[in-house]
Ligand binder design. Structure first.
Ligand SMILES: Cc1cc2nc3c(=O)[nH]c(=O)nc-3n(C[C@H](O)[C@H](O)[C@H](O)COP(=O)(O)OP(=O)(O)OC[C@H]3O[C@@H](n4cnc5c(N)ncnc54)[C@H](O)[C@@H]3O)c2cc1C
Length: 178
């Protein structure tokens, strides 16, 4: 294998473990439609919850689908000693995603949300691959000549799908090299 800076590495297998658009720059894979998403980040002195979990919108009304206090997972996500809250929502809304998110999160955590400082809003063009029915999650991970590929685009568009494809890929490579 030859890296982009010209180094030659002798190996029996190469695993391309990236998002689909990046993988397609390195190996031949069919194009697939991307699903867009928005992510809004807030800073706050006080976390609205001690939970380390992703908190889902149980009403199903949205548009915020889930929120998480990232600094509960690791304080390094808020090095200034604050808390970092992120809200994820579809990037199909015109206007100010931060205002929309704040309005909804106020119904979860009350007026403390008004004191949160908006840090950044990202509109993410490729948040994952589109997976409308009919959907076949187990995609090919062995491209031949010792090249393998893994990532959520090989299974389901989720952390679980990414991990599952990684295990599938690892087991196949181990078997191929045994
Ligand atoms: C806003 C948002 C919210 C989400 N919420 C959830 C959720 O609540 N639950 C859930 O299960 N999933 C969620 N997801 C989806 C989840 O994040 C992805 O499915 C998962 O991260 C995919 O993992 P991956 O390892 O396949 O790819 P990625 O996490 O995209 O990792 C690929 C890595 O490859 C790197 N890379 C790219 N090109 C190269 C290169 N040439 N060389 C070296 N490295 C490279 C990238 O920098 C990146 O770090 C969310 C996604 C977004 C965007």
């Amino acid at each position: 294998m030859v890296t982009s800076d010209g180094r030659r590495i002798e190996c029996r297998a190469v695993i391309v473990a990236s998002d689909l658009p990046s993988a397609r720059e390195l190996v031949t894979l069919p194009e697939r439609e991307s699903r867009r998403a928005g992510a809004v980040y807030f800073s706050t002195d006080k976390a609205p919850t001690d939970s380390r979990l992703v908190i889902l919108d149980g009403t199903g009304k949205g548009p915020v689908l889930n929120a998480a206090v990232m600094s509960n997972v690791s304080s390094s996500y808020a090095p200034a000693g604050k808390h970092l809250v992120v809200a994820a929502l579809p990037d199909v809304i015109d206007g100010d995603l931060a205002a929309v998110a704040r309005t909804q999160l106020r119904t979860w955590w009350g007026p403390q949300v008004d004191a949160w400082v908006h840090l950044r809003t990202y509109r993410i063009a490729h948040a994952g691959v589109e997976q409308r029915p009919p959907f076949h999650p187990k995609r090919n991970i062995a491209l031949g000549n010792g090249v393998f590929v893994c990532g959520d685009h090989r299974d389901t568009g989720s952390s679980q799908g990414a991990l599952f494809s990684g295990r599938r890929c690892g087991e196949l490579v181990a078997g191929a090299l045994a």
